[in-house]
Design a protein around this ligand. Sequence first.
Ligand code: 76R
Length: 262
Amino acid sequence: QRDPPPTEEGWYALHDFRTIDWDAWREAPERRRQRALSEGIEYLQSHAALEDVADPGEFGGGHTAVFTVVGHKADLMIVHLRQTVGQVEAAERRFERTELAAFTEQPTSYLSVTEASGYTERAREYFEGEVDDDSGLAQYIQQRLHPEIPDADHVCFYPMSKRRQPEQNWYDLPFDERAEHMARHGDIGRSYGGKVEQMIASSVGFDDYEWGITLWADDPTDIKDLLNEMRFDPSSSKFADFGPFYFGKRFPPEDLDALLAG
Ligand code: 76R
């Protein structure tokens, strides 16, 4: 009755947040700044090109994408998706060895693993190996586990958990009730198809909340509208607790020059 849903996992995700020490940057000699810029751009480009992944595997080994973050919480968000925790950690450590890192702090970070859960019977059949790998369902699940990072202009990231209170305890609900909630939740999500893309990654055991949610959209108000609609749906209104939100823009590494100029 209270069984956990079966799940399947894909890539490990590190959301690596960086703030720039603008005072140190302005005071640094031109030569050091040039080195920081070239090493920073080279790092971001080579990781985006996955030059650090020796064996890309069946799904291409992962992605790295860079975003700016608006407001005081951070300046950059570097998202590494990789096949192993070790690869994600290596990518994070390699950044520390660039001259650019000397001008940054890491105000926060978030570790998770992409997850598909078996709340629908079809998904459970797929997990059991009873669905053809060429089927639409198989491709949908694999795309959720090994997502492309879309080219959309805007990104939104936040961690969340499901509530565990006496009257509102997600983990005490019978499986069928949770499955019903998730079906309605999915209906809302799918009504934003073509406008908002999402990556759902579990952080149970890895970080402070239970999931990390990353959303992409060209139009920021599509993200707002989707989240607002979900807030009125019981799966969120009754059962969701949210951490801090980070909002930003897609950032081509070669623009680092322009970002740090001035
Ligand atoms: O029928 C289905 O295919 C449902 C698929 C589905 C699942 C299982 C789905 C669809 N989600 C699932 C699971 Mn989701 N999701 C969130 C958030 O801010 C909030 O209120 C919640 C944050 C958003 C914005 C979002 C978007 N989802 C989950 C889970 C795990 C639950 C578990 O396993 O117990 C969480 C925490 C979660 C949270 N979801 C979708 C979306 C969107 C846009 C969709 C449609 C996706 C698509 O069709 O590709």
